[in-house]
Design a protein around this ligand. Structure first.
Ligand code: PLP
Length: 397
């Protein structure tokens, strides 16, 4: 196992004046001491100069350097949201027309962007079951440029066979973009062949549900292409990360491993209790999960199987009824999003996956009554389990 936590730590330098953290550089523009260098920066002859903070910024770069160490990529670029990370990566890789093969079980916002926005730019998307490697390969056309998948999918918690998908993309000379939002540190998609790894930092990377942010991790060449003054999609459409957010995230990366382990521990405890109680739970750490061994093979050891689990309540009414009881008893909060210190619950069929038409939800086996839980780590797990069981028995007597 590559020790990404050590690598991340070792990227850190002293702050200015010997401070233990870097200063936040909020300047929107930077001075060129030699005026000729400004011209060379614009022509691309010179790289690495701070020009203007939509192009590059020391605090955003410090975060990017640390994040790249975590994902095991050459470079990374902080952006304004997870959706910005997805949209900019795709637009940079598929600039004018073309075709994408995407997993069908992706976040609803990603699905809507692929289905409704990309066609306006002449980009077609074929959605396939990411578990079906033959279907992925069969969907590839001469104009296909990208295969897109989520490592652990939202909300079905299906694990993509990243190694096998990478073999397909290599055979057809495509790029593979992986959304790793659900399992930071646990899975490093670039180790298994992904060319571009994106995260919604709004979730586990932030951990406090207090900001919207995203990141793109990839080769130095791809990251530079995103901020090219003539053709970089981040530079020219502008969804950059703010320096203050970058600084916050830079600091929070230091306790990401502790938080992920705590999420995994709590989720694993609850999932096991639920399974023992014959509650229809899906959690990749359970041996009953269809891709438990695949995830075990692909994951970094020591961080557990993550904090996400689902409980199928049959109908959205029942899911909301259960969530309401759980909220009343202070088990968790009925809110979209994930990766918070407290448990967040939502019913994807009528919220974060509602962009996916009902027929397609059916086809991908998304139950209308699926309750998605992002298990937090605050409180006592035994007490949390008692509360969950109490509410479950009330809703399903
Ligand atoms: N990817 C996944 C898996 C998500 O769950 C989300 C948001 O829920 C996003 C991307 C989009 O991230 P953001 O809300 O930061 O734009």
């Amino acid at each position: 196992m590559k020790n990404r936590i050590q690598a991340l730590r070792d990227t850190q330098d002293f702050g200015e004046e010997g401070g233990v953290v870097p200063v936040i550089d909020v300047a929107s523009t930077s001075t060129f001491l030699n005026p000729a260098d400004m011209e060379k920066t614009f022509t691309g002859e010179l790289q690495g100069c701070y020009l203007y903070s939509r192009h590059s910024n020391p605090s955003v770069n410090a975060f990017g350097k640390k994040f790249a160490a975590l994902e095991g990529t050459e470079a990374a670029l902080g952006v304004s949201s997870g959706m910005a990370a997805i949209a900019c990566s795709i637009e940079q890789l598929v600039p004018s027309g073309g075709h994408i093969v995407s997993s069908r079980t992706v976040y609803g916002g990603t699905y809507a962007f692929f289905k409704n926005v990309l066609p306006r730019r002449g980009i077609e998307v074929t959605f396939v079951d990411a578990d079906d490697l033959n279907a992925i390969e069969a969907a590839i056309r001469p104009e296909t440029k990208v295969i897109f998948t989520e490592s652990l999918s939202n909300p079905l918690l299906r694990m993509s066979n990243l190694k096998a998908i990478a073999q397909i993309k290599n055979r057809h000379n495509l790029k593979m973009v992986v959304d790793n939002t659900f399992v930071p540190l646990i899975i490093n998609p670039a180790d298994h062949g992904a060319d571009v790894v994106i995260h919604s930092c709004t979730k586990y990377i932030s951990g406090a549900s207090d900001m919207i942010s995203g990141v793109i991790a990839s080769s130095a060449e791809f990251i530079h292409s995103l901020i090219d003054v003539n053709s970089g999609v981040v530079m020219l459409t502008g969804p950059v990360m703010d320096a203050k957010i970058a600084h916050e995230l830079y600091l929070r990366l230091d306790h990401l491993a502790i938080r992920i382990r705590a999420h995994s521990e709590a989720a694993s405890f609850l999932a096991n209790r639920m399974e023992e109680a014959k509650i229809p739970v899906i959690y990749p750490g359970l041996k009953s999960h269809p891709q438990h061994s695949l995830m075990t093979e692909l994951m970094n050891q020591g961080y557990g199987y993550g904090g996400m689990l689902t409980v199928d309540c049959g109908t959205s009414q029942k899911a909301m009824e259960l969530a309401n009881e759980l909220q009343q008893i202070k088990f968790g909060l009925y809110a979209v999003s994930l990766g918070f210190s407290r448990t967040l619950m939502s019913c994807p069929s009528v919220s974060t996956s509602s962009e996916i038409p009902t027929a397609e939800q059916k086809e991908m086996n998304l139950s209308p009554g699926l309750l998605r839980l992002s298990i937090g780590f605050t409180g006592n797990t035994e007490i949390m389990w008692d509360r969950f069981l109490h509410c479950y028995k009330k809703v399903f007597p």
